[in-house]
Design a protein around this ligand. Structure first.
Ligand SMILES: *[C@@H]1O[C@H](CO)[C@@H](O)[C@H](O)[C@H]1NC(C)=O
Ligand SMILES: *[C@@H]1O[C@H](CO)[C@@H](O)[C@H](O)[C@H]1NC(C)=O
Ligand SMILES: *[C@@H]1O[C@H](CO)[C@@H](O)[C@H](O)[C@H]1NC(C)=O
Ligand SMILES: *[C@@H]1O[C@H](CO)[C@@H](O)[C@H](O)[C@H]1NC(C)=O
Length: 385
């Protein structure tokens, strides 16, 4: 536990002891909350207690740095009317403490120093529901020779330099390997061929196939007055080619993406569009009635628990402005799930159907009875509340 290694045990002031005392108190509160066993220290102000003691009682439980990051903190200027409080409670995912082993690793580092190179661990923690992750006081792993960005607009369709990425967390250790992997590597990977910008990526949303479920960006934009779609979100947008194509049409799109066995966020940023590192579980960081368009391809599907999906659809409705569009692109499900579950679910939210096209998904074979739905849904202009 490097976070405490710099404290010399003998030189404690009263304030420091009170500080650790309150940290211990929070430790115990959380522990009670989890009803797991923990050293039951009573926080009687014992001013001879040293920091070393505090470390010792930590005893395999969560690092003090976790409590330093997340415990309630008094506002230095006292009561704040906007907060209606004199305290801030720094947020962290409610599920974080369900995974004490991962959380302990995540919050064990040298304060003011370098973080461990632990992307895989932190993403795993985030995906299990520790989202947002607690903040840390350390410098993240970074490439030793970070190159200057390729200037716009050529960055939009260029493969960035290998040295712009920390490769530790991924099977591939270079962009060449990522570009090759759909040909050279067996097994499934999320968005396996996405890094090859001259492959399938080049044609997405620009020349639709005749199957009806591939809408083109231009056809979608044509349903609105020119220029009235300006800002939006792409959920689970791979390498952000949707955002790039929209940018070419003067529309600003933020792309949520994780780094599932590939440096998706670094790649998106290198292209010169905005990555948002967040899962589908979290409330969107936008205010009500603000976005012109929300798009999502392949990601929103029957792998998502139904209740979560229902909340997610309502959150999309919330952030869209009246008249805003939700382009549900290649939603997939099986057999009668569309009529029985997802159709009624989407209708319950209150969207107006602009386009609604279903088709068979045949890549695994017809016996799986897989279906695609592509829909263009509008948040009603009037009485959307
Ligand atoms: C980290 O920096 C802060 C701010 O200067 C300082 O108060 C603290 O003692 C430092 N902690 C360690 C462990 O170096
Ligand atoms: C990236 O790394 C791969 C594998 O080491 C190498 O073949 C390729 O030339 C590198 N690309 C650039 C642009 O340096
Ligand atoms: C990528 O594929 C090319 C041609 O197939 C091959 O020459 C090269 O070694 C591969 N590079 C990597 C890093 O996999
Ligand atoms: C985007 O905006 C620029 C600058 O205002 C303009 O010149 C260009 O025609 C626009 N492009 C499209 C596709 O609307």
């Amino acid at each position: 536990m490097g976070s405490n290694s710099n404290h010399s045990p003998k030189s404690k002031t009263l304030t420091t002891n009170l500080y650790f005392c309150s940290l211990l108190l929070f430790t115990n509160l959380i522990t009670l909350f989890l009803s797991s066993t923990y050293y039951s220290s009573t926080c009687t102000p014992n001013f001879t207690t040293t920091t070393t003691t505090a470390i010792e009682v930590d005893d395999g439980n969560l690092p003090l740095e976790f409590f330093a990051s997340t415990a309630p903190q008094k506002l230095p200027l006292g009561f704040n009317r906007n907060f209606n409080s004199d305290t801030v409670n720094p947020p962290f995912g409610s599920a974080c403490t369900l995974f004490p082993d991962d959380l302990r690793l995540f919050m064990s580092y040298d304060v003011n120093g370098s973080c461990p190179d632990d992307e895989l661990l932190s993403q795993r923690l985030l995906l299990k529901g520790c989202e947002p992750l607690p903040r840390r006081r350390c410098r993240p792993a970074a490439p030793p020779n970070f190159p200057p960005p390729i200037p716009l607009p050529s960055s939009l369709w260029s493969t960035p330099s290998n040295s712009s990425v920390v490769w530790t967390a991924y099977t591939c250790k270079s962009y060449t390997c990522l570009i090759n992997r759909s040909r050279t590597q067996k097994g499934f990977d999320d968005c396996k061929d996405c890094f090859e910008l001259n492959g399938r990526e080049k044609h997405r949303w620009t020349n639709p196939k005749s199957n009806g479920i591939d809408f083109s960006i231009d056809d979608v934009l044509k349903t609105r007055k020119p220029g009235s779609i300006r800002i939006g979100l792409d959920i689970g947008g791979g390498v952000a080619t949707f955002a790039v194509r929209m940018r070419e049409r003067n529309v600003t799109i933020l792309t949520t993406s994780l780094n599932l066995n590939g440096p998706f966020n670094s790649f998106i940023a290198s292209r010169g569009v905005m990555p948002l590192y967040m899962s589908i579980s979290q409330r969107f960081p936008f205010f009500d009635n603000t976005l012109d368009i929300v798009h999502s391809m392949h990601v929103l599907s029957n792998w998502i628990p139904e209740t979560l999906l229902h909340f997610l659809f309502f959150d999309i409705y919330r952030v869209l402005r009246p008249g805003g569009l939700f382009w549900l692109d290649h939603f997939f499900c099986v057999g009668d799930q569309l009529e029985m579950v997802y159709g009624p679910m989407i209708e319950s939210v209150g969207f107006k159907k602009v386009k609604w096209v279903t088709g068979k998904k045949l890549d695994k074979g017809p016996q799986f009875q897989e279906m695609y739905l592509s829909a263009l849904l509008e948040k009603p202009f009037k009485d959307s509340w």
